[in-house]
Design a protein around this ligand. Structure first.
Ligand code: 5AD
Ligand code: SF4
Length: 450
């Protein structure tokens, strides 16, 4: 196939926002080879499954989807497995699914063009199938240095990866093994990418990292390393067309004084923070190696609320962590009620191979996990409904980004990431407009333009 011949690329993304960003970048890298996105599996010349390894279910889904890809693919299509399942399972994927051509980890996707060429060369003449190429080493070069300058962007919001990897080693988590040690991009390179994004119309930027608030990238003009707060100050100063700034995901231990202060000082920083606590029980927090107590977490929230009284909070929770007693679980429920999250994610603990908690003997029966999860999700939903209902009567700035389902309806995002529906002209798309909220539903708000 010649380089400029048009080909179709189908990418399925699992898991977190970091994977969504990575999938976009893989598409950007393959564009010069003639690959254009398609949502139809059967017409794709190349299929990439960008996988997630965080919980067992996500991993199993990849293997069942691979079977579907094999049966539904266009004759001769290349099949690649990327992301964290690829990183963790490497050769094993080729053994279990021998029709896979390429297995690549999250740190090696800048080498995709090379791998695609290799995969074509490696195609077995007789069967037309590949001999799986596996690239899961942590390379010396940073992929960020080899990525194309431009991201293909639609709309007004974008994600930008500023930090990767994790050195925290929570006992339940595979991320330190699949994504490797903490790495932060230099401020200059982030500013350049941010400016390019604003040239394409972006006004809302979410900084991404597995441990984004541990960010410590090289500062401008050799001024040592910058913290996340300093990075955000630099963005606010040098790229004022960014009107909304967010960051995910954070660890309580890295909520430094300057970062808390930034929530009071930076106008563009949205009053919304996803700060996972996982459990409300000190005993479990210790066993999880979270390196903080529930009281320490609550104290951080108090300090945040002092500088930014309207800050809204979100979190992740794990139920059924090994050894979780009824009392431990009640402590979590109490913490949720105490904080009043505007939304939160909760998961049943799932054993991950190679992690310490997978070896703990006091694993919790599935049925207990199910009951606890259902209960916790009810409590979280109550909090979410209460917050949305309390928004009724308030005026909120809304960034409109899509058309609604009914005629004349447009939809946008509040500072708290709620969907807001109004009757309004399409010309508001991409603009931030004050909206008077008239109704707060469980999952969205309704309002009228002021
Ligand atoms: N089991 C269940 N949930 C997990 N998470 C991470 N590892 C596991 C696991 N082994 C959850 C945590 C984390 C989120 C991204 O996924 O809550 O914050
Ligand atoms: Fe996983 Fe803990 Fe690191 Fe978050 S901080 S990525 S939960 S090890």
């Amino acid at each position: 196939m010649s380089t400029c011949e048009k080909k179709k690329l189908y990418i399925k993304t699992y898991g977190c926002q970091m994977n969504v960003y990575d999938s976009g970048r893989m598409a950007d890298i393959l564009a010069p080879l003639g690959y254009q996105a398609t949502e139809i599996l059967g017409e794709a010349d190349m299929v990439i499954l960008n996988t997630c390894h965080i919980r067992e279910k996500a991993e199993e889904k990849v293997f069942s989807d691979l079977g579907r890809v094999r049966d539904g693919q266009k004759e001769g299509a290349l099949i690649a497995v990327a992301g964290c399942v690829a990183q963790a399972n490497g050769e094993h994927i080729i053994k279990r699914a021998p029709y896979v051509d390429i297995v690549l980890g999250p740190q090696t996707y800048h080498r995709l063009p090379e791998m695609v060429a290799k995969a074509h060369r490696a195609r077995d003449e007789k069967t037309g199938r590949g001999r799986g190429i596996v690239e899961t080493d942590f390379p010396l070069e940073s992929k960020f240095d080899s990525l194309p300058d431009t991201q293909s962007i639609q709309g007004t919001s974008a994600f930008l990866s500023v930090q990767e990897g994790c050195d925290k080693f929570c006992t339940f988590c595979v991320v330190p093994y699949t994504r490797g040690a903490e790495y932060s991009r230099p401020v200059a390179s982030i500013l350049e990418e941010t400016k390019r994004l604003t040239d394409q119309g972006i006004i809302e930027l979410t900084l991404l990292g597995q441990n984004v608030n541990a960010y410590h990238g090289e500062h401008l003009d050799g001024a040592g390393t910058a913290s996340l707060a300093q990075l955000m100050e630099a963005i606010a100063t040098h790229v004022p067309s960014i009107k909304r700034l967010r960051y995910i995901t954070s660890h309580p231990k890295d909520m430094s004084d300057d970062l808390i202060r930034a929530h009071g000082d930076l106008d563009c920083l949205m009053p919304y923070l996803h700060l996972p606590v996982q459990s409300g029980s000190d005993r479990l927090l210790e066993r999880m190696n979270r390196q903080h107590t529930a009281a320490h977490y609550l104290e951080i929230l108090e300090r945040l609320r002092k500088v930014r009284p309207d800050i809204a909070l979100s979190s992740d929770f794990i139920v059924g962590f090994p050894g979780e007693s009824d009392q431990d679980f009640e402590d979590t429920v109490a913490l949720v009620k105490n904080v009043g999250y505007v939304q939160a994610y909760s998961f049943k603990y799932s054993i991950r191979p190679g992690t310490p908690a997978g070896l703990y003997e006091d694993q919790i029966p599935e049925a207990v996990k199910d009951t606890r999860l259902a209960h916790l999700q009810e409590v979280i939903l109550e909090g979410q409904k209460a917050f949305n209902a309390a928004c009724s009567g308030r005026t909120l700035p809304v960034l409109f980004d899509r058309m609604g389902k009914t005629p004349g309806q447009i939809v946008g995002k509040s500072p708290y990431l709620q969907s807001v529906h109004i009757q309004g002209p399409e010309s508001l798309m991409g603009h931030i407009v004050n909206v008077h909220i008239t109704h707060g539903y469980a999952n969205s708000l309704e309002g009228v333009m002021l």
